[in-house]
Design a protein around this ligand. Structure first.
Ligand code: NAP
Ligand code: SF4
Length: 675
């Protein structure tokens, strides 16, 4: 029967030898469990939960076909039958739930983070300290055999297929693009020679695995680097892959070293599906659209427009394992949407920490963080409906506790309400929507505009009181900080107080960047306009140049803005590893000045006085915005502590330093899981 709301999404796809039950692929993600102790049993639980909730095909994180191809020391590879056996627990778990799973084969090429990296030519990547060795023709043939052998081992391990990673600037992509292939032998020079490597390894993998095995090729359809492929070359390769026996072609967008964001929250939803759409008329094999597809509505829109045959969502399955099931049951308002922040997933990969998810801390921690139904229902009070309080209240109520949630303002969300005001951070609205729905679903008694006091809490008969009262802005000890020129970030982002044309910002942390972004921005958010966003970043939708690049538009701002911090390190050093560069680029593009290593002197009618590089200076400004961090709002906790009641504190009320939504939601969830 056709699904009424998402008819295209819930249409079967017959691949001839195998059927996919709907059009959703869970895209490949490195989980950090591949190399962890007991990682395989943990991954089995992780993938089982996603398969149970109806995703048609799962693609695992990248597994290397040989040692040189591993991403870093001790990264996972599949090179023998003993290793293949370890994967059985994963494939069995997925098949038990009626799911299908393909293993991604990833050779990282010159992106390998170890001294044994190899590449078509010995050219160092700008994002790796290791210069790769050039592969000899003999080693190329060996690598092809390794890919084929790895595919056969994947089949032996029970996988329904493999995905050959041919995009994002990894080894295969490095052979294809003139940027990284400077060879003059049979593997370089002409385009035909440059695509010989992917075609030969695809043929070898097909020969080893048979015709009834899914082989997906992730094709870089838009390199977003200078000297990348032309559109004509991409099409020619796609056609050759089809002829060589590929089952599905997945879309790869942007090399990792590209200076254009491709998956960050500020990238508009479905910003790159036009590329896959362009390919649709060129080949007959099913095509997969990717990047910033984070809801069933967007997925349905892409499929209904005929822009692809399948959609791949990766991080959205970290945020909500039941995404497909909820869509199928018309409960998409219950989906915990991925906000594309990268904070707990990709950033963790780069920090060599197990992956998690900002909005769903249980992700990849399924075996240690469970939300079991309670045996004894308790009456709980949660004070403060910011991220920590919401997370705690919703999970405690879902487990069966009777929860009253007190919030002094007229809405839930706390600091999330500030984040949504920042251009490019609109996705946080989804988190607010999710929590609203959870409050309804689990019957939480929400008391807005209610300041919970010691007296009301003590007399309320609560068996547990959770203080999540958050933070308040720090007032730095600078002479004149109470001058009328000075505003707090709350005045700017929440209260929308008027701000003049010349602005100084004290503090270069996340909030300082948010304020500078908002104040330097003119017009509607680019994240809501795909064409304008592409033009802004220099993505050439006409695809006239190699790599799909054109000149980015110079940024303009109606204000002169200067950010200051006392530390000498670069501004925004603590922003996310995968997104900090985007924020810095955007502000520099809009001519925001950044001064580090300052010593503040005073504020008076003439502006902000400070010393930098040994010189005393004054910034004549209309406003000075205080973004110098926060301190805990925990007076209520301190008074309740003395009453002998069971009182807990979480989020900013507990520790204000370096607080972000990730820590707040995680702490709330962990308390709710055990209370
Ligand atoms: P923050 O990251 O701790 O930054 C505070 C800034 O104020 C620093 O630049 C600090 O630099 C300065 N500062 C601290 N004490 C000061 C003092 N006494 N006088 C003058 N300046 C002082 O805090 P935040 O910007 O309020 O952010 C709060 C949390 O939210 C952080 O963990 C942040 O990462 C997170 N957040 C993240 C994002 C994101 O996009 N990922 C966005 C918003 C917020 P100096 O000490 O060097 O002067
Ligand atoms: Fe999405 Fe952020 Fe969760 Fe990663 S951490 S899955 S980007 S919401």
């Amino acid at each position: 029967m056709q699904h009424s709301k998402y008819p295209h999404l819930f249409t079967e796809l017959d691949l001839g030898f195998i059927k996919l039950k709907n059009r959703v692929i869970m895209g490949s993600m490195h989980l950090g469990l591949e190399e962890a102790r007991n990682g395989f049993p943990k991954m089995a639980v992780f993938y089982r939960e996603r398969a149970r909730a109806g995703v048609a095909l799962i693609v695992t994180g990248g597994i290397a076909p040989n040692f040189a191809g591993t991403g870093g020391p001790l990264f996972a590879k599949l090179t023998n039958r003993r290793a293949a056996k370890k994967h059985r627990i994963i494939t069995d778990a997925v098949h038990d739930e009626g799911g299908k799973i393909a293993m991604q084969i990833l050779h990282t090429g010159r992106y390998a983070y170890h001294p044994f990296a190899v590449a078509p030519s010995a050219i160092k990547a700008p994002i790796s300290p290791f210069k790769p060795r050039q592969l000899s023709p003999k080693r190329i043939q060996k690598t092809i055999r390794d890919f084929a052998e790895c595919s056969a081992l994947a089949r032996e391990a029970g996988y329904d297929g493999v995905e050959i990673m041919g995009s994002e600037g990894y080894l295969i992509n490095e052979f294809i693009a003139p940027k990284t292939n400077r060879r003059s032998d049979d593997w370089g020079g002409s385009f035909i020679n440059r695509i010989r490597f992917p075609l030969e390894l695809l043929r070898a993998a097909r020969a080893k695995t048979g015709d009834d095995f899914i082989i997906i090729f992730r094709l870089s359809m838009l390199d977003l680097v200078q000297k990348g492929s032309t559109w004509e070359e991409v099409v020619q390769l796609a056609k050759a892959l089809e002829e060589a026996g590929v089952t599905i072609i997945n879309t790869g967008i942007g090399w990792h070293e590209a200076r254009i964001p491709t998956i960050a929250t500020s990238v508009p939803r479905a910003a790159f599906t036009w590329v896959t759409a362009k390919m649709c008329s060129e080949v007959g094999v099913p095509l997969v659209a990717t990047n910033r597809i984070n809801s069933p509505e967007i997925a349905e829109m892409v499929l209904a427009a005929g822009d692809a045959d399948l959609v791949s969502m990766a991080r959205p399955f970290l945020a909500d394992p039941e995404l497909v099931k909820k869509a199928e049951e018309n409960r998409s308002d219950e989906i915990n949407t991925c906000i594309a922040c990268n904070q707990a997933c990709l950033d963790h990969v780069f920090e060599r920490k197990p992956v998690s998810c900002l909005v769903n801390p249980r992700t990849c921690h399924e075996t240690e963080l469970s939300y079991f139904l309670v045996e004894k229902k308790k009456k709980l009070a949660v004070v403060g409906a910011g991220p920590a309080g919401l997370s705690c209240a919703c999970i405690a109520a879902r487990r069966g506790h009777a929860v009253t949630l007190f919030e002094s303002s007229d809405k839930i969300g706390g600091q999330l309400n500030i984040a949504v005001q920042v251009p490019g951070k609109e996705e946080f609205n989804e988190t607010l929507r999710y929590f609203h729905r959870q409050i309804e679903l689990h019957g939480i008694e929400l008391k807005l505009k209610t300041c919970a006091t010691e007296a009301t809490l003590v007399s309320g008969g609560f068996e547990g009181i959770i203080i999540a009262t958050g933070v308040r802005p720090r007032i730095p000890e600078i002479e004149g900080i109470d001058h009328p020129l000075v505003l707090s970030y709350i005045d700017v982002l929440r209260e929308n107080k008027p701000v003049g044309e010349r602005v100084a910002i004290i503090g270069g942390g996340g909030i300082g960047f948010d304020v500078a972004t908002s104040l330097s921005y003119d017009g509607p958010s680019l994240s809501l306009d795909r064409d304008a966003w592409c033009a802004h970043w220099g993505v050439d939708k006409n695809y006239e140049n190699r790599g799909g690049l054109t000149s980015p538009l110079p940024g303009k701002s109606g204000r002169t803005i200067t950010m200051l911090q006392r530390k000498k390190q670069k501004m925004g050093a603590n922003l996310g590893k995968t997104t900090g560069w985007i924020h810095r680029f955007e502000l520099k593009n809009r001519k925001v000045q950044m001064i580090t290593g300052v010593q503040y002197l005073r504020i008076d009618d003439s502006g902000l006085h400070f010393i930098a590089k040994g010189k005393t200076q004054v910034l004549a400004v209309d406003n000075i915005i205080n973004c110098s961090g926060q301190i805990s709002e925990n007076a209520l906790f301190q008074s309740l502590e003395k009453t002998g009641l069971s009182v807990y504190k979480i989020g900013g009320a507990d520790i204000a330093a370096e607080l972000d939504a990730k820590r707040a939601i995680d702490q709330g969830a962990r308390l709710a899981a055990k209370i």
